[in-house]
Design a binder for this molecule. Structure first.
Ligand code: NAD
Length: 293
């Protein structure tokens, strides 16, 4: 392996320590700690794990954690009422509704109900639009974490060619906007892109978020490129066990990349750290808002 390994665990730990210190300063100044409310509907096992990890991380950072568990058959109206209460609760500075939601609930209506000032996932149209317009926003956590990892190994990004593979609203599209903000020349690829291999070979920065295991071959990587693998899938091995892999052939790509994230231990830990950072940012901005807001 010639590529530098981008250690997301270590970067996330440093960020979380910094946030914990900032939370202490905030609490000293204002007399209370920021609060994050997580809403979980139903009992999807993966969502349970994500929520538990978020709650632990929030408490470790010295913030208040509020958990709301609603039954799988909750009505959309009841869920919206829950969000309304959290929007007007002054001890709650960030609100996160764990996705996916059960069938029959309109996800966009639920997300849009969250006050943009408390939208720590950065998914509301207001925050999405502000990011697109290059204005101050709460940025989606995974792309924000990816950006920090990229800057950790490549502080100067102006003019570089960046390819984002995957065009989802929560990862691919905001990722492309953040890279554009850094004045990269950005391309977004998706499942209908025809010449993906050629596009990859031109990319100084390659961010892949498709959920298709190891779809990017080592031979597609431009020598020296920074490769960020957001994807995470569990695959079966020949011995009957399973293992986690990303969207990139890690071993092959490591031979030509300049720097690369592992899976697991790359992007994942940064996502939670950025959620904490967004909660603190939201709390700071709310302090400065007039009471009416
Ligand atoms: P998604 O399913 O919403 O979007 C996938 C995107 O990939 C789509 O735009 C699709 O067009 C594109 N795509 C699919 N197959 C493709 C192909 N063969 N070639 C090119 N593009 C293709 O997924 P998502 O929510 O953006 O998540 C993507 C992956 O990232 C998943 O593995 C998910 O688990 C992971 N993820 C990780 C974190 C983290 O914190 N580590 C956070 C979010 C998502």
């Amino acid at each position: 392996m010639s590529a530098q390994l981008i250690d997301g665990k270590a970067a996330a730990l440093r960020l979380r320590e910094q946030i914990a210190a900032d939370v202490r300063d905030f609490a000293d100044q204002f007399g209370y700690a920021p609060g994050l409310a997580v809403v979980l509907v139903g009992s999807d096992p993966a969502s349970e794990v994500y929520v538990r990890n978020k709650v632990i991380a929030t408490e470790e950072a010295g913030m208040h954690s509020f958990e709301f568990r609603l039954p799988v058959d909750v009505t959309e109206g009841e869920l919206l009422n829950c969000i309304d209460r959290l929007n007007s609760d002054p001890t709650v500075h960030g609100i996160l509704v764990q996705l996916p939601l059960p069938k029959g609930i309109d996800v966009s209506r639920v997300i849009e109900r969250i006050s943009p000032t408390k939208d720590v996932d950065g998914f509301t149209i207001t925050n999405t639009g502000r990011l697109a317009a290059g204005l101050e926003s709460l940025e989606p956590c995974t792309p924000a974490g990816v950006m920090m990892l990229i800057k950790g190994v490549r502080p100067e990004l102006v003019g570089l060619s960046a390819l984002v593979v995957g065009a989802s609203n929560i990862v691919g599209k905001p990722m492309a906007r953040l890279l554009l903000k850094e004045r990269c020349t950005v391309t977004i690829a998706h499942s209908k892109t025809i010449d993906l291999r050629e596009r990859c070979r031109e990319a100084d920065i390659l961010v892949v978020a498709t959920g298709v295991p190891e779809m990017i071959s080592g031979g597609w990587i431009k020598p020296g490129a920074t490769v960020i693998d957001v994807g995470i899938s569990r695959i079966s091995c020949e011995d009957g066990r399973t293992r986690l892999v990303g969207d990139v052939d890690f071993v092959g790509a490591s031979k030509s990349a300049g720097a690369i994230t592992p899976v697991p231990g790359g992007v994942g830990p940064m996502t939670i750290a950025c959620l904490l950072a967004n909660t603190l940012t939201a709390a700071k901005r709310q302090v400065q808002l007039p009471a009416a807001e």
